[in-house]
Design a protein around this ligand. Sequence first.
Ligand code: ATP
Length: 144
Amino acid sequence: MLEEKSAGLVIFRMDGGNPSYLLLHYGWGHWGFSKGNIEAGETEKEAAIREAKEETGLNSFTFFEDFREKIEYFYKRKGKRIHKEVIYFLVETEEKEVKVSYEHKGYKWLKLEEASNLLSFNNTKEILKRVNEAIEKVAYLNHD
Ligand code: ATP
């Protein structure tokens, strides 16, 4: 079986006392976080940062150093079954202006519940849940 490994960033910015998450609309049709293939010689984190810059036009990220979560899935390309692993890191940005690359059809900044509803796959919904818990540990969030 073919193996693929990607790395990505869950990107949020604080807005009105709680986080807004950046979701990208993939050409495949689904909504997810920024990610891409890890190239030879790159660390997971380097790949995730490079891809996020290319895919969103954002430049500056503050990492939650303890956050590193993995998802796995299978898909088929040209009739071949592929096992894929994606490692996600968590970052905050203060930038708002997003410029998606040709790879994506659009983007949205969304609060937790709306982001969870729009994410297409349960594994990324689960990542979002863990991300929110990690942010709640360190920030006082406005739940009004
Ligand atoms: P990358 O952004 O890592 O370069 P890609 O754009 O080539 O990846 P994926 O986003 O992995 O490809 O999508 C490949 C296939 O897997 C698509 O059919 C997509 O619907 C499916 N897929 C994408 N993300 C997930 C997921 N989190 N869980 C299950 N299936 C997924």
